[in-house]
Design a protein around this ligand. Sequence first.
Ligand SMILES: [Zn+2]
Length: 151
Amino acid sequence: MNEGNLTPRPLDEIYDQDESTAALMPPLLPDLSFKSIWDSDMIEKFYDPSGRKKWRCMHCNESWFEYNATKALSHVVGTGRDIGACKGSIANKYRQAYNELYVSKNGSRELKQQFQAKIQQDWDSTDGRTLAYYSEAKSAGKDQFPVLRLI
Ligand SMILES: [Zn+2]
């Protein structure tokens, strides 16, 4: 007879289990930073069966001939003149890294501002609201968020 299995488990054991479940949550990915568009793990260089150089954008799964870093970057940033803008869904993390790379390659101050504005537009509305709220508080000369008052 094994009564051990019927004994209710102590609370701390249950809490331990909750913690191990939390450990299974996906870890936060580090911020991305590329020195070249080819550094992105979503941009893949390969050769086609006849040995020609090709690269593929794994955001949209389209591929092009020849390794042209300017074109590849233009594609993901969406500024391409002779290459279409990426129609895939690019995670903000990648989008920001591409935009930063684009600015570092082409960076004038105006362009930088233009892209920062674009990045802000790409954020979801919650982030946008939070940011607007924070910069309002900042520009009002307050170091902290306004305190809610009970009326
Ligand atoms: Zn693409």
